[in-house]
Write a protein that binds this ligand. Structure first.
Ligand code: ADP
Ligand code: ZN
Length: 745
C-alpha cells in the first residue's frame, strides 16, 4: 500500500525557529530517513535540508516534494540532535545553520539556482579519496638506466615497501615521468587504494608509558575517574600552573574512560594543536585517534568525521568545532586552556565550545574537565561557588621552581630592548642556553608617521593605522590586508620622510641580530607561519637546538614545552591593557603568566624580564609575582563594581553597513525596539548604546554596537528572542547578535 502523504519535517539553514514540511515522493520513500540530508526546493532555489523526522498528522496540503536524498547513512543521532537543538535555542540561531556548522564541510552540497541537470554529492561519493601507491616491482635490475632521479625515487620506494604518490611528490617534487619510466621497466608497480587521509602519517612516535603520578595529580585523577565510573555529569576545573602535569592527568583519565568502554573528546585551542601535543596522545594510545583542525582540507576533515561516526576513532582531539564531533558514548570531555578566546566562534553560529562542552557533557552524563594555568575569571568564580569542582595542581613537576621575574619600567625610553634584558640575553647566549622574546605585535613599526604633515598612514577601508612590514616592503592593514608599497610617500601631503613609531616583532628580530650578530634568531608570528608546516619547522629548530633566540607574538606563549629555554623577555607587556574591553586586564594577566611559564621548564631554573611603561598595574604585577589569587580577587571586585560577567550576562548587537547614516538610523531603531520590548516584558535588562564600535570602520563597513546586560540570563534571552520576532531587516544592513560575546572590538 502506498501512502500518498508521506511528510517529513526538514530544517533549512535559513529561518530561526521554523522548520519546514515536505512530501516524500514514492521513489525516495525508503531513503528519506531521519538524520539524512535532502535536496529540497525553496522558492526558486534548491537547498540542502536536514531531515528531522516524520511530520505525521500534518494537515497541510500543497506541499512540495523533496528532490533527492543526499546520504546513505544517518549523519547524526537522536542525542546529537538534542544537543544541536539546545545550541540553536541558546545562541538563537537557525537549527539548519547549526546542523550545517556541525557537519563537516566536505559533505555539503552547493546551492545552485534551479537548473535541470542537478547532481548532488552523495555522501561516500566524490569525496572519498583514492590514492596511488607505489611498491617495488618484480624486476630488480633494469635493462636500461632509468636516470639518477628515478634511481633515487626507486630506492625510497624499496626502503618504505610502499609509498603514496603524494609522499613521493613531497620529497622529490614532480616525479611523474620518472615513475612512468620505473613502472614501465617493471622496477615498481602502482596501485590505487581507498584511503582515509591521515593527518598523522608523517609522524613517527615513540611509545610512552603512563607516569607515576604525584599526590596532587593522583587526587585530581581519582576525582575525575570516580565520577566517570558513576556515569554522572560533573564539571571540574583543573587549575594547575604550566608544567604541573595537567596533560598527564588528561591522558590517564582518558585511558580510564577507554577501559570502561567509553570515548573521549579533547578540545584544545587551534594554536596548540601541534604535532607536539597530538604526538603525546599518539604515543600513549596507539590507534583510534581522530584529529580535527583547520589545517585539514575539507576531504581530510570528512574522512576523520567518518572514522569517528563509524566508531573507528574513540579519542577525538580538535579545536573549537570538534565539540560537534559525531562521537558516541562519551565518558569524558576535556577542554584544555579553557580560558582561550579562540573557543568562541566569531561569526555565523557564535558558539563557545568551552561552554558547549559543559552542555554536551551534561547530556552525556560525562565528566568534563576544564584545564588551565590561568582560568577565566568567571571559572574561578564558578569554582568559588562550587558550580565547578576545583582540582588544583599547585606545583611544577619534580618541584621545579617558578622562574624569577624582574620588572623593568620603560616610561620615556625609546629602546625596544632594555639594558637589563640585553645583558640577560648576552649572558644566556654565552652559556649556550635558549631565550624567548615576546612582543604581541607583528610587523616592523606599528605605523608610519609623516614628518611633514604629522599624519599617520591609515587604512582607507578601516579606521586603523597601517603596520609597516619592512621585509615585505609594505604598509599593511591587519584587518583587511590592504597594502601599499613602503616606506613610500605620505598619501596626504606627498612628504617623503616617514618616521617609524612603535616596534613589532620584525623590528625586535632586527634589534636582536644587532645585539648578538652571531646568535641564530628565529621569528614566529603570522607572517612567518603562513606556509604549511612552517609553524612546526620553527618549533623544531628550538627543540633541536639549531636556534638560540625565538622572537614571537602570542603564538609562542602557549602550549610549547622548550626545556632549554632559561630566559624569557617580554617587550611591551601592557600592549593588551589598552584594549577597550572589560577583559583587558584578564587577557594581559593570562598572556603574561603563560609567557612567564615558558622559562625554566627543564633542569636549569628560569628567569624572566618583563618590560612595561607602567609596572604598577595589578595585571602585570600579579603575573610577575605569580600571585594569581591576588589577581582574581582584585579582578572579581572590579567586575562586581562595574557589573560585568560573572555578575551579569551579556548579549551584543553589531550593526554594520556601507552607509554611515543608515547604520546610525538602524542602530537607533534597534535600541528603540529593544527598549519598548523591555518595558512590555517588564524585565531587568540594561541597554547600552548604540555606540560606535572600537574599530568604527572595518572593510568599508561602518559599525555600531548595542550591549545588553542583565543579572538574569532568562530575561536577556527573552528580550533577544522577542526582538527576533519583531525586527524588520533591511538588506543593506547586517545585524548580528552575539550571546555571551568575547570579542568586544
Ligand atoms: P602541563 O600540561 O600542566 O603543562 P604536563 O603534563 O605537560 O604539564 O607536564 C610537564 C612535564 O612533566 C611533561 O614533560 C610531562 O611528561 C612531565 N610529567 C608530568 N607528570 C609527571 C609525573 N608524575 N612524573 C614525572 N614527570 C611528569
Ligand atoms: Zn583595512
Amino acid at each position: 500500500m502506498t501512502d500518498p502523504q508521506h511528510i517529513i519535517e526538514v530544517a533549512i539553514p535559513l529561518y530561526l525557529e521554523k522548520t519546514f514540511h515536505y512530501r516524500v515522493p514514492e521513489r525516495l520513500k525508503e531513503e528519506a530517513l531521519t538524520g539524512r540530508r535532502a535536496l529540497v526546493p525553496f522558492g526558486n532555489r534548491k537547498l540542502t535540508g536536514y531531515i528531522l523526522g516524520n511530520a505525521a498528522g500534518s494537515e497541510i496540503t500543497n506541499l512540495k516534494d523533496i528532490i533527492e536524498v543526499l546520504d546513505r547513512e544517518p549523519l547524526w543521532t537522536i542525542e546529537e540532535l538534542e544537543f544541536f537543538r539546545w545550541t540553536a535555542s541558546y545562541y538563537q540561531h537557525p537549527l539548519g545553520e547549526v546542523l550545517r556548522t556541525a557537519l563537516p564541510a566536505g559533505i555539503n552540497v552547493q546551492t545552485r539556482k534551479g537548473s535541470s541537470g542537478e547532481q548532488a554529492t552523495m555522501s561516500g561519493g566524490k569525496n572519498i579519496r583514492r590514492e596511488k601507491f607505489y611498491l617495488p616491482g618484480p624486476e630488480l635490475e633494469a635493462p636500461r638506466q632509468p636516470g639518477a632521479k628515478a634511481l633515487e625515487i626507486l630506492s625510497v620506494i624499496r626502503e618504505s615497501g610502499e609509498i603514496s604518490a603524494a609522499d613521493l611528490r613531497k620529497r622529490f617534487g614532480t616525479c611523474t615521468p620518472q615513475l612512468k619510466r620505473l613502472t614501465g621497466l617493471g622496477l615498481c608497480t602502482a596501485e590505487e587504494r581507498e584511503v582515509y587521509r591521515d593527518p598523522f602519517k608523517d609522524c613517527t612516535v615513540k611509545r610512552d608509558e603512563p607516569r607515576c603520578l604525584h599526590t596532587h595529580q593522583k587526587n585530581a585523577l581519582e576525582a575525575v575517574t570516580s565520577c566517570l565510573d558513576q556515569h554522572r555529569f560533573t564539571p571540574f576545573l583543573l587549575y594547575g600552573v604550566t608544567g604541573s602535569g595537567k596533560t598527564e592527568v588528561y591522558l590517564q583519565a582518558i585511558s580510564h574512560a577507554l577501559e570502561r568502554g567509553k570515548t573521549a573528546l579533547v578540545l584544545v585551542p587551534e594554536i596548540a594543536l601541534t604535532p607536539q601535543l597530538t604526538g603525546r596522545f599518539q604515543a600513549r594510545f596507539d590507534s583510534g585517534i581522530a584529529i580535527l583542525h583547520s589545517g585539514l582540507s575539507d576531504g581530510e576533515r570528512y574522512d576523520e568525521w567518518r572514522r569517528i561516526r563509524r566508531g573507528l576513532a574513540r579519542i577525538v582531539i580538535g579545536a573549537r568545532s570538534a565539540i560537534f564531533a559525531p562521537l558516541e558514548n562519551i565518558g569524558i570531555i576535556i577542554v584544555d586552556e579553557e580560558h582561550e578566546a579562540s573557543y568562541k566562534q566569531s561569526d555565523g553560529l557564535r558558539y563557545n565550545a568551552r561552554d558547549l562542552a559543559l552542555v554536551r557533557g551534561r547530556m552525556a552524563q560525562a565528566a568534563v574537565v576544564l584545564g588551565s594555568a590561568t582560568p577565566m575569571v568567571t571559572s574561578i568564580h564558578a569554582a568559588n561557588e562550587k558550580r565547578l569542582t576545583l582540582l588544583e595542581l599547585p606545583e611544577r613537576v619534580e618541584g621545579r621552581p617558578m622562574p624569577t621575574v624582574e620588572l623593568v619600567g620603560m616610561k620615556g625610553s625609546k629602546e625596544t630592548i632594555s639594558a637589563v634584558l640585553s645583558s640577560c640575553l648576552i649572558e644566556t647566549y654565552e652559556q649556550r642556553q635558549q631565550a624567548i622574546v615576546f612582543l604581541n605585535r607583528r610587523g616592523f613599526a606599528t605605523f608610519l608617521v609623516c614628518a611633514d604633515c604629522g599624519k599617520s598612514l591609515t587604512c582607507p577601508n578601516c579606521s586603523v593605522t597601517l603596520t609597516y612590514h619592512r621585509q615585505r616592503g609594505q604598509s599593511l592593514c591587519h584587518y583587511c590586508d590592504y597594502a601599499v608599497p613602503a616606506p613610500g610617500t605620505c598619501p596626504s601631503c606627498g612628504g617623503a620622510t616617514l618616521g617609524e613609531l612603535g616596534a613589532g616583532t620584525e623590528k625586535l628580530e632586527h634589534d636582536l641580530k644587532e645585539l648578538l650578530p652571531s646568535a641564530r634568531v628565529i621569528r614566529m608570528d603570522s607572517d612567518t607561519t603562513s606556509g604549511k608546516g612552517s609553524h612546526e619547522r620553527l618549533l623544531s629548530r628550538m627543540n633541536d637546538g639549531s636556534a638560540d633566540i625565538l622572537v614571537g607574538t602570542q603564538m609562542i606563549a602557549k602550549g610549547h614545552d622548550f626545556p632549554e629555554v632559561t630566559l624569557v623577555g617580554v617587550v611591551n607587556a601592557e600592549a593588551s591593557l589598552g584594549m577597550p574591553d572589560f577583559r583587558a586586564a584578564e587577557r594581559t594577566f593570562q598572556l603574561l603568566s603563560q609567557v612567564i611559564g615558558r622559562a625554566g621548564r627543564g633542569e636549569t631554573p628560569g628567569r624572566v624580564v618583563v618590560q612595561a611603561p607602567d609596572t604598577e598595574h595589578y595585571a602585570i604585577k600579579s603575573a610577575s609575582e605569580h600571585d594569581a589569587e591576588g589577581f582574581y580577587r582584585q579582578e572579581l571586585e572590579f567586575r562586581r563594581e562595574v557589573g560585568y560577567p560573572p555578575f551579569t550576562f551579556l548579549a551584543a548587537f553589531a550593526i554594520s553597513g556601507l552607509s554611515e547614516q543608515t547604520v546610525t538610523e538602524q542602530a537607533e531603531a534597534t535600541v528603540r525596539l529593544l527598549a519598548r520590548l523591555k518595558s512590555e516584558l517588564k524585565i531587568r535588562v540594561e541597554i547600552l548604546g548604540p555606540a560606535p564600535s572600537p574599530i568604527y570602520r572595518l572593510r568599508n563597513r561602518y559599525r555600531r554596537q548595542i550591549l545588553l546586560k542583565s543579572i538574569n540570563r532568562n530575561d536577556l534571552h527573552r528580550l533577544v528572542f522577542c526582538w527576533r520576532q519583531q525586527a524588520t531587516t533591511i538588506s543593506t544592513i547586517r545585524i548580528s547578535v552575539d550571546i555571551d560575546p568575547v570579542d568586544m572590538m
